[in-house]
Design a protein around this ligand. Sequence first.
Ligand code: CMP
Length: 485
Amino acid sequence: MADSNGDPGRAGRTAFRLLWPAALACLLLVLVLEETSLIRAFGLEPGDDDAMSAGMAVETLFWVFAAFTVVRWLDLLFWQGYVQKRTGVPVPKLLVDVTSVVVYLAALIVILSFVFDLPVTGLLTTSSIVIAVVGFALRNMISDVFTGVALGVERPFRIGDWIQLQDGKVGRVAMMNWRATRMVTRDEVTVVIPNSQLATEFFSNYSTPEPFFRDEITIVLDYAVTGWRVERLLLSAVLQVLESVELPREPKVRIDTFLAHGIRWELRYWVPDYLERERIRYQVQRNILRNLHFSGIRVPGERIELHTLPREQPQEDIDFLHAIELFAPLTDDELHAIEAKMERRLFRKGDPVVREGEEGSSLFIVKEGSLNVYVEGKDGVETQVNHLAPGSFFGEMSLLTGAPRGATVVPETDTVGFEITKEVLEDIIQARPELAEQLSETLAERQLRTRQAMAELDANTAEQRRRSMATEFLSGMMNFFRLKG
Ligand code: CMP
């Protein structure tokens, strides 16, 4: 017989333990079948007392060895060979003993009834009553043990899987035995679930067939907000989380239902592990909030009389410009001048907005959607260096210093942004040259932050770098905007 450990000695011993009782039972069977001729061979008559006693002894022995063989085969082939190998847990002795007792009891009844011709109805009734009483007393335990076997064989979950019970409790499976399964919840509380409960109630397993699973967030938005905008808002909220987590599949946006006060949208996204669910959910929700803020979209409240309700108030682009870090030194009038001249642009997913090395003199501000920033290394390979969410800007280097584009910026989803050209800024900087200084400080700070994150510069070196970069940017801007020093 094959042995899982590949130990030939052990396999041989198992085969021997299986075969000898079977061989003996077969031999006894032959004796039983050939009983009459054997009795005659010994010079006896089949009706003699001695012959009958010998015949009954052989038949009894046959049934005893037949039962012994069944018990041995059940133990070695079914319990140890199949159940234990499949579950990886030793089979409880109680279970093996109960099945052995049942087999021997059946053999006893057969012997009494067929060999000794005794009436067994009374015995059957008594033993059934005993079995019923014992079974009733141990019913929960027996049910737990049997369902433990069934769960072990079926394996609807493994150690380490995240499961959710019918009552909503969620935990990671920590231990399974024949009576109960233990799981540890996210609050570090151990929950012990009797196996029979797991067999009768339904539960969900978040870890199979794949370790990742889908989660959803729903949000009600006004009918005035178009599907494209919603997709930009919601998809980019998930993609912004990608910086910290590798999400296994693409997020999707669907309409859940049409309500009186708006459309309920559903954002479906994939979570790599149940443990991350809450964290990712919170991050996505925060990003949605942030995107809504930058887009000026408000979530409609429950409305009773539609005709008296205020309409969606589009956010003024001037409010949006106020939130841009680069424009912090500008006055309201200057921001109004920019707002009047900037152009709203739709960038298609995958089409680069700016390419590294190309000439360009516009700055872009992200309003809805998200983009990735790539820089080409010395080996010619493009590496993603950043991710731009609503409220971020890019292209300021070329706009302010006239240098070629320092990176390639590609929309990850359809994205809406504003383009601010050099001409728009020129008038403002010409009228207030000290702005160049403040803008170059902001530029230097931003550049430094990226470099600091990458190279982990210490505080002193960082300050020196910041000053020298600000001076560099300022001279670039003075030159580009033809300012006098
Ligand atoms: P510019 O060089 O005009 O064009 C490419 C733009 O990508 C660049 O301006 C910056 O705005 C932006 N960019 C380059 N590197 C980074 C970075 N590490 N993080 C964020 N944005 C960047």
